[in-house]
Ligand binder design. Sequence first.
Ligand SMILES: C[S@@+](CC[C@H](N)C(=O)[O-])C[C@H]1O[C@@H](n2cnc3c(N)ncnc32)[C@H](O)[C@@H]1O
Length: 301
Amino acid sequence: MDVSEAKDAIHSLLGRVSPRALPKVIQWMRTSSEIEELTTSNSDILLHNIADSLRNHLPLEAMVLSEDLAIENIQRLQKPTLHVDAFLYNDDTIDSLCEEGKMSRNYCMSCGSTKTAPLDFLSHSFSILELKFLFHNVIPDLSGKTLLDVGSRLGAVLYAGYVYSSASKLEGVEINAEFCNLQEKIINKYNFSDRIQVHHSDICSQKSLLQQADVVVLNNVFEYFLKKEEQIKAWIFIYENLRKKGCLVVTVPSLQESFNKLQVNLQLSQWAEEVEVDTDIFLGPDTDQEALSDIHLYRVL
Ligand SMILES: C[S@@+](CC[C@H](N)C(=O)[O-])C[C@H]1O[C@@H](n2cnc3c(N)ncnc32)[C@H](O)[C@@H]1O
């Protein structure tokens, strides 16, 4: 049943409910956890289990000492900012950690006082809800296709691609060896090696992966991790080698925003066209519409 058939069926069903009962039925549809549970699948549960396993291998801040530049860049931000990995921690887990005193949503503005202000949170991974949105609502059917995640980090995009899509190959390229080892552990533990492969490498030495992929994901990939000149070099390399006609490119933030920040003059309109993403969707009670609208989709011309 597609969306319009489902709407027709619900209309016709509600049309048969007595006028006295109708407000109660609508209230139940809007607030009941039974309806919310319909949005949870076994695949979601598997991803939550993977997040559990990963949390056991990482410190709370989910960053490693070898990414000193990224740590420094976060510390240099104007507003006090905490890295909270959205794949590992959803709102409920953050609330529990705050209650246990292990995490805080606020910082003290003048030490010793009760004057506090909210911390900014930054995530280096997509959340499980964003990943579900990506594979169910942004990227079309991936049967027989190859997806490449540039900067695969914890492997969140790859595991989600495994459980939510029929992609025949899910490739990750990650420059940080510690994160590659962690991804290998998960791939072996969950038997994902028939479709997932991770390369410990700089994307700038992986021309053929870029040239062959059908879908390429670039989630905040370079900004915190590379110096400005290296970021420019990496974007030029991607621009020159991601040329397969029809290839889909998923980015956060938009390509325009990344290019403008770096003042790099690449002819976007001659390379790719933006495809509209419909974010008017309910994925669960934690759906963050703003985060969904940061996701941009392009088709290579
Ligand atoms: C923000 S994380 C993206 C995580 C993941 N793709 C996701 O969406 O959940 C960016 C990752 O890109 C990696 N990275 C940065 N520059 C890279 C490069 N030139 N080649 C490969 N990986 C790179 C970083 O080490 C970091 O782990």
